[in-house]
Design a protein around this ligand. Sequence first.
Ligand SMILES: C[S@@+](CC[C@H](N)C(=O)[O-])C[C@H]1O[C@@H](n2cnc3c(N)ncnc32)[C@H](O)[C@@H]1O
Length: 272
Amino acid sequence: MNYRHAFHAGNFADCVKHAILLDLLAHLQKKAKPLFLIDTHAGPGFTDLAAEAPNRTGEYRDGILRLLEDPPAALADYVALVQQLGLYPGSPALLRARLRDADRMAVCERHPEDFATLRRRFARDRQVAVHHRDGYEALGALLPPPERRALVLIDPPYEMPDEFTQVAAGIARGIARLRDAVIAAWYPIKHMPPVRAFHAALQAAAISDIVVAEFHLRDPRDPARLNGCGLVIVNPPFGHDTTLPPILDALLARLGNREPGEAARLFRLADE
Ligand SMILES: C[S@@+](CC[C@H](N)C(=O)[O-])C[C@H]1O[C@@H](n2cnc3c(N)ncnc32)[C@H](O)[C@@H]1O
C-alpha cells in the first residue's frame, strides 16, 4: 500500500468529490429519517496543508486554494465547511460535520497509520465507527443497516490494475444488500478506455438509476496524467439534477485552466 492521500489532499479531484458528496448528503437529509453513512476508503480524515507531504506536490494550490479566493455561490456550502474545519478536511471530517444526532457513520481504512489517525480523531465519538478493514468487504458486512437508508462513498486509490473492476463489484454488492442505497464511487480519468469499460461493466451488471458527474481538465488522452475525474452515483437523490450542474460549472470555472477539452457534465448511465 504505497498511496498516501496527504500528497493529494485538497487537489482539484478532492474538491470535485467533496462538493458533490456534500450536495448528495444535503438532499438526503431533507428527510428526517436517520441515515447511515459508509466511507469505504476513508484516508486520514484531515491533512495539514502546511505539512511536507502536500507541499511536495503542491496540488492543493490548483484545488482548494483557488476556491477559497472567491467562492462561487454554488460552492458556498462546501467552501464554508472547509473554512470551518481547517485546511484540509478529508471525507470523514466533512461527513462527520454534517451528521445529525440520529445519523451514524462507519469509516474503513486499511493503511495502519491513517487508520490510527482516524481512530484517535473519532475515539470518543459515539456516532462514528472506525474500522481497520477492507472497504469492499465492509460493504457486504455493514449493509443493510437498521436505518434502511444509506449513503456510501467508495474512494479507492486506484493503485491496483483491477481497481475499476473491484469498484463495479463493490457497487453491485452494496446494491444487492440495500437496493435503495445511494452509492457515490469516485474514479480517475487519465484516458477513456478504462472509464468506458467501467461504465459498461455497471450497465452489464443491470444496476438501475445511475448518473455520472464527470470533470475533465483537458482532453483525456495522456494515460500517464490525471486529466480529470468522475463520480458514478447510484440512486441519486431527488433534486440532484438541479443542484449538481451549477456545482460542476462553478468547479470548472475556478479549477479549469482553459485547456482544450475541458468540460464538466452530468449524464445518465442507467435508467431509473
Ligand atoms: C483516495 S484515499 C481516500 C480519500 C478520502 N476518501 C477523502 O475523500 O478524503 C484512498 C484511501 O484508501 C485506503 N485503502 C486502500 N485500499 C483499501 C481497502 N481495500 N480498504 C480500505 N481502505 C483502503 C488508502 O490507504 C487511502 O488512504
